[in-house]
Design a protein around this ligand. Structure first.
Ligand code: LLP
Length: 386
């Protein structure tokens, strides 16, 4: 089964471009709100890094989600899109003074702090402004997620977070500082996680750490479990809205929260991944020695995931109904990794056909580059193309 696209409208547009199905995005957001809403104390922050397209940000903001930002630029984009500063969390191992000052000026909800030197700088900069910064410590839970090595983050060997054995020490440091308020613990184990068992392992680890803190009479205001829920790249039409019910229920069942504690999530991919496709035109069909290539006008500069992570994105020829043939779908960039798929069965392709590279809404447009002096891809939403 192919996705449905406004192909006639597409033919009038210059390719390549990102196309966002905003009905699907809105349905996804509704599901998130209703499923998270069941538990009363769950707060979802959208991970802006997945897609900061202003049209997308504004729809997400309308749904009431907060924002998870990793740079001053993302904080500005979130504020511009109307996210309340009081719902912004700020993460990242290398926050600069300028970025910290910006976040302090906006009075964001919380800094997710990744080291003692960073804590000291936040305390100093907050003191200079006569403010108190709300902080959570990002603890590295040493929980492995069954996903691509480049996108696991919660292992001891990763650069992220503070190791569990240092937790008491960093908390003591924060408690003696005047201009930071220690209010939470933050975790993130990786991305594109399909096995709920990984999240259960995280819950178990958090329960252990919380027991240690209770023993010291410390009950933090909030726990932030990061993001990571995966999407079905193989079948973008089958379960278009990810398994949010199961995801939130997993936390409800396995994480022991105290009555006054709130639980925060930072979801990126599962919010926007499925609603985006990269639409590209076939420039040439080229017969190789023992295979044929469909050479398209999009390249790894527009969508780098296949080249960088060997990621699979389903490809469809949305303008042909002719019997399928096998193609290597490649871009025009001067790199041999500029390949979207090898030996893919597609309806017979001819010059000028349009391909949809599916599930490209997350970490697609935002990771585009100008390599080879190429322009950045345009974007359209289904609202704009009716
Ligand atoms: N919170 C933190 C601290 C993160 O590092 C990330 C993603 C998220 C939340 C959002 O995770 P999500 O819900 O989207 O899985 N470019 C890669 C993914 C990198 C993810 C980085 N961190 C890709 O294209 O697969």
């Amino acid at each position: 089964m192919k996705g449905t696209f406004p192909v006639n409208k597409f033919r009038e547009l210059e390719t390549p471009f990102y196309y966002y199905d905003t009905n699907l995005l809105r349905n996804t957001l509704k599901t998130i709100s209703s499923e998270a809403g069941k538990y009363g104390k769950y707060h979802v922050h959208y991970a802006v890094k997945a897609n900061a397209n202003p049209k997308i940000l504004s729809i997400i903001r309308e749904s009431g989600l907060g924002a998870d930002c990793v740079s001053g630029g993302e904080i500005k984009a979130a504020i511009k899109a109307g996210f309340p500063a009081g719902k912004i969390v700020f993460a990242g191992v290398g926050k600069t003074d300028k970025e910290i000052n910006l976040a302090l000026d906006y009075d964001i909800f919380c800094f997710n702090v990744e080291s003692v030197p960073e804590l000291e700088v936040i305390n100093e900069l907050a003191a200079a402004k006569n403010k108190t910064a709300r902080i959570a410590f990002r603890i590295n839970p040493d929980v492995g997620a069954h996903t691509h090595a480049n996108i696991t983050t919660g292992l001891a060997e990763n650069k992220f977070g503070i190791s569990m054995k240092d937790m008491d020490y960093v908390i003591d440091r924060a408690l003696e500082m005047k201009n930071v308020k220690f209010c939470g613990l933050h975790f993130h184990i990786g991305s594109q996680i399909m096995d709920m068992g990984d999240f259960i392992a995280l819950c178990n680890r958090i329960n252990e750490l919380q027991e240690k803190l209770y023993a010291r009479q410390i009950i933090v205001e909030h726990i932030n479990v990061g993001g990571g829920l995966g999407i079905d790249y193989m079948h973008p039409n089958r379960q278009a809205v990810p398994a949010f019910a199961e995801y939130f229920e997993t936390y409800h069942k396995h994480l022991r929260l105290r009555p006054q504690q709130t639980l925060h999530f930072e979801l990126g991919r599962s919010v926007v991944g499925q609603c985006g496709s990269l639409i590209t035109k076939v420039i040439y069909v080229k017969q190789g020695t023992n295979k044929q290539f469909a050479i398209v006008d999009a390249g790894m500069t527009d969508l780098i995931r296949p080249a960088l992570y060997q990621a699979y994105h389903k490809i469809e020829n949305i303008t042909s109904e002719e019997p399928a043939e096998a193609y290597d779908v490649v871009g025009p960039i001067c790199e041999s990794s500029d390949v979207f798929g090898k030996a893919i069965d597609l309806n017979k392709a001819r010059r000028g056909d349009l391909f949809a590279i599916r599930s490209a809404g997350a970490y697609g447009e935002i990771m585009a580059s100008g390599y080879n002096c190429r322009p950045l891809p345009q974007s359209y939403t289904s609202d704009e193309l009716v």
